[in-house]
Design a protein around this ligand. Structure first.
Ligand code: NAP
Length: 543
């Protein structure tokens, strides 16, 4: 079992109560260890008494660290003064479970080592668990070139009880090496990647037997880049439920930090009892980084990667990779040229049996629109798709699958032409036709789907509707927005005022997530739970 450790950085003697309060809250939320960061406190007058008090009143066993500036801390004093401060803490009545010292300092001075040993072996240690030494190494620039040598040095030192290696992850792939280090450890080990690319090393520590993971007491209290909060680890990622056999899923894209997908899929896995965890997998733009990263995730047996959602800017890369790796790309994905779901089928020993990709946005649009259309009206319906990007392509396919005649409108003619070319061989009633946005003026459609980013908070035009004035909307029209942030867009507000039936982007999000969940688990998704997680209330016209 891996422990959650909350680091508490204590700025000054005035902050003791606040620091204890933060530690208590973190422990009540699931932290099992506290790391007292005394970099600043150790330099203050009266610091020793304050540090001793925090160790004595620590709500859980603690690590004491006075981190040197050279390894990301703020202690810039004399080395022997630092050891003297540690000695004052380690020889008190109540002592810490661990003292952390950088292996670089440890290796530099025999005198320092001797003083530290006096602390570690001091008879005044009264807790049932006597103080032990963590030798640590931190690199904020990236993977150290002598990574393996450093780990071997720390693990081979007879005084070292716990090895800690931390570096800035430059890619999700860096975590795989950390996982291998953990799996092959000879001593209890902490191996973590910093930054957004290192987040999975923090979440998946229990899968590989990491001794602990660090998590902040609040979003404003992180002590290293990329550190999640205790609540995020325990509630969103179900840290305590992760074990050796837990299958890993995730969302690949850039950016992915604010994705809603981990909230729904992890809750869903818990609800059906599936031993899986769903994590953010940021992958830098470009085919090469996508291929290298996802290829390695698939090939890394220990990881047991079961598949992923794929979002901007990699949806076009997914079918290409699956094809190159000999997997199955379904006909709809070939037509659309983009996929959002990868499924990796594995045998009992974790070997890859097959890969497939699909586009669950297609079924999400068709299901939402079909459910919202008046039942008595027979197809074909006239449908308008606004936009010519990846979601527009999926919307066209979804609308055609329920018998709509689809008209596509887009701001940039070249992009529209490229999209129409890919449907040029299709004949019959569902034939795709298109035009400029202005070509919609004065026309009426049974269904209108916004597949542009107009209306999206933080997007190109957050306060606007993608439709030009003069498009006919009344009670008989269904208007769907794929934008889900905000949930009620200008388009949907105006459509509701005109009496139209509206479908919001969260409804689409839940439906596409549901199809992914079924792909991976083979079990119906708890849709009500998904809706609750994304904030959809009881009234939901799209379903
Ligand atoms: P995309 O490939 O980048 O396409 C964006 C489209 O928006 C293009 O057609 C672009 O037109 C148009 N556009 C952008 N700014 C515009 C403006 N100011 N005026 C008019 N048109 C504009 O994006 P995508 O992947 O298709 O995603 C589109 C939307 O779908 C996003 O807002 C995203 O939030 C949403 N989405 C929702 C879900 C869900 O589950 N609900 C899932 C995925 C995506 P030009 O060709 O003229 O540039």
């Amino acid at each position: 079992m891996s422990l959650i450790c909350v680091p508490i950085y204590v700025d000054s003697i005035q902050d003791l109560e606040l620091a204890l309060e933060r530690a208590r809250t973190a422990v009540s939320e699931g932290a099992r260890l506290v790391e007292w960061r005394f970099d600043a406190l150790a330099e203050e007058d009266g610091g020793v008494v304050a540090m001793r008090r925090l160790v004595a009143e620590s709500p859980a066993p603690c690590i004491v660290t006075i981190r040197a500036e050279s390894e990301g801390g703020t202690w810039d004093g004399d080395e022997m003064e630092r050891i003297a401060a540690i000695e004052a803490i380690g020889t008190a009545d109540a002592t810490p479970a661990y003292i952390d010292l950088e292996v670089r300092s440890w290796g530099r001075s025999a005198n320092l080592r001797q003083k530290m040993k006096l602390v570690l072996e001091h008879e005044a240690q009264v807790r049932d668990i006597s103080t032990r030494l963590i030798l640590s190494s931190h690199d904020f620039a990236g993977r150290p070139s002598d990574l393996l040598g450093r780990v071997a040095t720390m693990a081979g030192d007879p005084d070292c009880a716990l090895v800690k290696i931390v570096f800035m992850a430059r890619s999700v792939r860096d975590n795989l090496e950390l996982f291998d280090l953990l799996a092959e450890r000879t001593k209890p080990t902490i191996a973590l990647g910093m930054g957004e690319y290192g987040l999975i090393s923090r979440i998946l520590a229990p899968k590989f037997g990491g001794f602990l993971t660090f998590a902040a007491s609040g979003a404003d209290a992180t002590t290293a880049p990329g550190q999640p909060t205790v609540r995020t680890l325990t509630e969103t990622f179900r840290f305590d439920a992760i074990g050796r056999d837990t299958r890993v899923y995730g969302i690949v894209g850039h950016p992915v930090a604010h994705s809603l997908s981990p909230c729904v899929h992890n809750a869903g896995f818990e609800a059906i009892g599936h031993d899986g965890v769903y994590v953010p997998l940021p992958v830098a733009p470009g085919w090469e980084s996508f291929k290298a990263t996802v290829g390695e995730l698939i090939d890394h047996r220990r990881l047991d990667f079961g598949g992923c959602s794929v979002t901007i800017p990699h949806k076009e890369h997914l079918p290409r990779l699956v094809r190159e790796m000999g997997g199955r790309v379904d006909e709809m994905v070939e037509r659309i040229g983009a996929a959002n779901t990868l499924t990796v089928d594995r045998g009992v020993d974790g070997e890859v049996l097959g890969l497939r990709c699909s586009n669950t946005d297609v079924g999400a649009v068709s299901t939402a629109v079909r459910n919202a259309l008046p039942k008595r009206e027979a197809a074909p319906h006239e449908a308008a798709v606004v936009g010519a990007g990846g979601v527009a392509r999926a919307a066209i396919a979804g609308l055609r699958s329920i018998g709509c005649r689809v008209h596509v409108f887009n701001r940039t003619p070249e992009r529209l032409d490229a999209l129409l070319d890919s449907w040029a061989d299709v004949e019959g009633d569902g034939l795709v036709r298109g035009g400029s946005l202005e070509a919609m003026v004065g026309r009426r459609f049974d269904v209108i789907v916004n597949a542009t980013s107009v209306g999206m908070g933080g997007g190109p035009a957050p306060e606007e509707s993608p439709l030009p004035d003069g498009v006919v909307i009344d009670e008989s029209v269904v208007v769907m927005d794929t934008v889900y942030d905000p949930r009620r867009t200008v388009l949907l507000d105006r459509a509701s005022q005109a009496g139209a039936t509206t479908i919001d982007g969260l409804t689409m999000f839940v439906l596409q997530a549901r199809a992914q969940f079924i792909e991976w688990t083979g079990v119906e998704a708890p849709v009500g739970l998904f809706e609750a997680r994304v904030g959809i209330g009881a009234v939901n016209p799209g379903r």
